[in-house]
Design a protein around this ligand. Structure first.
Ligand code: S3P
Length: 177
């Protein structure tokens, strides 16, 4: 009973799609950012501010290692979880990894008004989005499948994911995958 893993840049809709998949399959959603915050007793901006990004990445790897051991979960990851190869390897060992994508403009529209993402608290967040997307493209390309989210609802995207899994595995995903 492997996991369904969602990776992709901030604001591509991982959380909404995870909730929709959970609704359809009855599987639990685990979100690595939520685990990090609960374990640390701090918010992500607080972790970045007090300890810096490298420490956050260590906590993220610990969260990935913990969730990857269990099965039949929808795993929603932070946008940078793919940056460490060991994270991707662990997630792929026990799951199918889907990368959700969107254009920089769409991402900006979705996250521009939010303040809880430390990497975007810069004078030029739109430039930062484009820069990070370019830097991270090879990391996101490690996913098993890539799904463009622009113009699609979380229901459409969840449906697309389930169709891909059904096509690969006979029988119902929830029962046999
Ligand atoms: C990050 C994405 C965030 C969170 C942290 C760093 C990133 O998660 O893990 O702010 O490096 O892209 P979301 O993708 O859920 O916003």
């Amino acid at each position: 009973m492997a996991n369904i893993v969602l990776v992709g840049f901030m604001g591509v809709g991982k959380t909404s799609v995870a909730a929709e998949l959970s609704r359809q399959l009855g599987w639990t959603v685990v979100d690595t950012d939520d685990i990090i915050e609960a374990d640390a007793g701090l918010t992500i901006p607080e972790i970045f501010e007090k300890f810096g990004e490298p420490h956050f990445r260590d906590l993220e790897s610990q969260a990935v290692a913990a969730v990857a051991q269990k099965s039949q979960q929808i795993i929603s990851t932070g946008g940078g979880a793919v940056l460490r190869r060991s994270n991707v390897d662990l997630l792929k060992e026990n799951g199918t990894v889907f990368c959700l994508t969107a254009t920089p403009e769409e991402i900006w529209q979705r996250v521009g008004h939010e303040t809880h993402r430390p990497l975007l608290q810069t004078p030029d967040p739109q430039g930062r989005i484009r820069q990070l997307l370019a830097e991270r493209a090879p990391y996101y390309a490690q996913a098993d499948h890539t799904i463009d989210t622009v113009g699609k609802s979380p229901q459409d995207i969840a449906e697309g994911i389930l169709q891909i899994l059904d096509a690969r595995t006979p029988g119902k995903v929830g029962a046999e995958y």
